[in-house]
Ligand binder design. Structure first.
Ligand code: B1M
Length: 211
């Protein structure tokens, strides 16, 4: 754990009321937003997940941690935006049907925005139909799907099939991610790319725009 790191402590304990104060302290001290995300926020979420798995924490605790993480991310978001916002492509992003986890997906969305993509965030529990409608309406270049559950990652394959059936597969790139997903799975289901973190997702999106 990050010792004496109050941002980490607040997220771990679900202290969403005070987390902002400590995030601001770090920003004022010149700590990079990305470093706060990587070393305090994500580490705390990993620890609450470990405790949940070990039966030492339960859904209410996870929810409070998630709320604290979101509060912190909202504060960091403006600092992650690049000065010049030339749109380099349009991404439609969502957590797949049946899955309500949105922290990682929102992080990916913020990073993509920060790197100059126009991002249409469809939220959680997103069906193939919703992805397809958004791609058509927004003339999107990339679909970005997130799944955190082994039971919902299978939705990704289904959604890709639906995109194919809608005649859009040649027009849109598809990238996938989320804790249970890996490179092999992405290849198997016919996605164009996989990344295991938000930063890598933005690099992948940029590569897919020129591929
Ligand atoms: Co849930 N949950 N949860 N949960 N939850 C996990 C995922 C779990 C691993 C916990 C555990 O057992 N250790 C486990 C899944 C087990 C499995 O499927 N194998 C689990 C479970 C079981 C459940 C429930 C079923 C629990 C229950 O009700 N009994 C339930 C399911 C609800 C549902 O979705 N239908 C549930 C509910 C919840 C809460 C609502 C309480 C809450 C979510 C709140 C929210 O998101 N608004 C929650 C939380 C917080 C977690 C943990 C603790 C943290 C997830 C998180 O936010 N991580 C999680 C344990 C864990 O992951 N250690 C857990 C931080 C986030 C920054 O990381 O989302 O991985 P992550 O995103 C990363 C990368 O994966 C990647 O970039 C991000 C940043 O680097 N990434 C992408 C993500 N999406 C990407 C897309 C891309 C690219 C990269 O596109 C290209």
């Amino acid at each position: 754990m990050a010792e004496n790191d109050m941002v980490y402590e607040c997220v771990l304990k679900g202290n969403f009321k005070e987390v902002g104060k400590y995030v601001q302290e770090k920003l004022d001290a010149g700590v990079e937003p990305q470093s706060i995300i990587d070393h305090s926020l994500i580490k705390a979420m990993e620890e609450i997940g470990r405790r949940f798995e070990a039966g030492q924490a339960f859904v209410p605790e996870m929810l409070l941690s998630a709320r604290a993480m979101k509060t912190a991310l909202e504060l960091l978001k403006p600092h992650m935006k690049s000065g010049e916002m030339n749109t380099i492509g349009t991404v439609v992003i969502g957590t797949v049907k049946g899955d309500l986890h949105d922290i990682g997906k929102n992080l990916v969305a913020s990073m993509l925005e920060g790197r100059g993509f126009k991002v249409i965030n469809l939220g959680t529990d997103v069906s193939g139909e919703k992805f397809i409608k958004a791609v058509q309406e927004q003339n999107a270049d990339i679909i970005c799907m997130s799944a955190l559950l082994t039971t919902t990652m299978v939705q990704m394959e289904q959604i890709i099939k639906e995109v194919e059936a809608a005649g859009l597969r040649d027009k849109v790139r598809i990238m996938v991610g989320g804790a249970p997903v890996n490179e092999d799975f992405a290849k198997k289901i016919g996605a164009d790319g996989y990344s295991d973190n938000a930063n890598a997702a933005t690099e992948l999106a940029k590569r897919l725009m020129v591929a």
